[in-house]
Design a protein around this ligand. Structure first.
Ligand code: ATP
Ligand code: MG
Length: 416
């Protein structure tokens, strides 16, 4: 059987009527981007749905596999289109049923008729197509309550569409229709999934990663690159900032009691991340934390960590179970990369008994024993920025320049 089109439905998008056109433009662009390299189709965007016209069915399976991953698509159906003519539509039904000849099945006909000018009403159409199938296919019986499959008949001004399947898409909003957030990307399972969840909601995600060479290896950094490349497949490009955290982290380990180093490390990560976020115009930070019994992921701990920044911290996985997070990681193909063994800076410096319920006044007191400002500035200057797309690194950009620009800010002190 040869499908003539794939109908793509937007779902959640319908709620956002004000931004609709902009959303549809982005979605169309994004679908084209995701279908790059495939042949035999062209995309036509309409107000309430999109038609992917298929010139042939050579790449149809791959087209559908890719559509499943594009945010902003609610569901889609491969369809056969007939002209507005009952006999032609029956031929399309016959074509569709070629895959249903192997054994006995139950079915029902479900008709929709947005084209109110069509000569037959919904009931008549159900009867016409129902009898056509019953007369011509002895292996098919009607079951209205629990059929094995449904033959959908949609009569629109563009023609009569015949199909059986609604294939679930990712849902959410088209990529980059919302503002930017800066996500703290570790080599673990969670933060890449957190990035995906935000991307699906239309948030443009930039990444920041903290490494501590020589304690962390080049392989560990390569893993971060690979995760970023994987996450850029659907959205196009992703910016990644790599922070050299060695000096700051070793200073923390020296100055803060060991059961508080984890909390303090996270606080310094957020301080640095906040600076990067401000420079890059990100409106929020994001992490892969979820509420659990690990030291850094209790409410007490989050309270101590959040205290260093006024920026909102998005935690899309907060209340999710690990099994569900792992399932998503598998679907978006980050799990295999995350499971590689190379250690992250946090793992290497993890104390034996980190505080699960750290106290804010204590951590503030420990950190005030030392002046970290110069180290923070050095760390900010050492940041390296990369832009990745699905083929690998696009550009590398030195943050030094940006740090210098910041220093040249105007001084208003004499006006105060
Ligand atoms: P993940 O699987 O994302 O590493 P996790 O369950 O291992 O999460 P933690 O190691 O406690 O949890 O990290 C919590 C969050 O802190 C991570 O999800 C990530 O957002 C951030 N984070 C941890 N280590 C780093 C790092 N080296 N660079 C950037 N962010 C980090
Ligand atoms: Mg981790």
């Amino acid at each position: 059987m040869e499908y003539s089109h794939i109908i793509v439905r937007y779902g959640e998008l319908t709620l956002k009527s004000g931004n609709r056109n902009q959303f549809l433009k982005k979605l169309t662009k994004n679908i084209r981007y995701n279908l790059q390299g495939l042949k035999g189709f062209h995309v036509q965007t309409k107000h309430d749905r999109m038609y992917i016209h298929l010139d042939n069915n050579d790449d149809v399976v791959e087209i559908m596999n890719r559509l499943k991953r594009v945010p902003g698509i609610h569901n889609f159906s491969p369809v056969l289109r007939a002209p507005l003519d009952i006999e032609e539509a029956k031929k399309a039904v016959d074509n569709l049923l070629k895959t249903k000849l192997d054994k006995e099945y139950t079915f029902k006909i479900q008709t929709k008729r947005p084209n109110k000018n069509f000569t037959h009403n919904t009931n008549e159409l159900n009867n016409i197509f129902g009898s056509h199938v019953l007369v011509n296919y002895k292996n098919l019986k009607v079951n209205v309550k629990q059929p094995d499959f449904i033959i959908n008949v949609e009569v629109r001004s563009e023609g009569i569409f015949i199909f059986t399947d609604f294939i679930k898409g990712t849902g959410g909003f088209p990529v980059n229709t919302s503002s930017k957030a800066l996500l703290l990307l570790s080599g673990g399972i969670d933060s890449p999934v957190a990035a995906h969840m935000l991307q699906v909601k239309g948030v443009e995600v930039e990444m920041v990663h903290f490494q501590s060479p020589p304690f962390t290896s080049a392989d560990a950094l390569q893993k971060i690159f690979d995760l970023t490349i994987k996450l850029s497949e659907v959205v196009g490009k992703i910016k990644l900032h790599v922070v050299n955290f060695t000096k700051l982290q070793t200073e923390i380990v020296k100055c803060v009691p060991s059961n508080y180093t984890m909390t303090s490390t996270r606080r310094f990560m957020l301080r640095i991340a906040e600076e990067v976020a401000k420079r890059e115009g990100c409106l929020a930070l994001a992490t892969g934390e979820s509420l659990g019994q690990v030291a850094s992921q209790t409410l007490e701990s989050m309270n101590c960590i959040n205290n260093v920044t006024n920026m909102p911290i998005l935690r899309p996985l907060l209340s999710m179970d690990k099994v569900d997070i792992i399932k998503i990681a598998k679907d978006i193909e980050t799990l295999e990369i995350s499971n590689l063994p190379f250690e992250d800076c946090c793992t290497i410096f993890t104390p034996k008994a980190p505080k699960t319920k750290p106290r804010l006044e204590k951590i503030v007191a420990y950190e005030s024993r030392d002046d970290y400002s110069e180290l923070i500035d050095d760390t900010l200057t050492s940041i390296e920025t990369y832009i990745f797309d699905k083929n690998g690194c696009v550009i590398e950009q030195d943050m030094k320049e940006i740090a210098e620009k910041k220093e040249q800010k105007e001084d208003f002190s004499d006006l105060l």
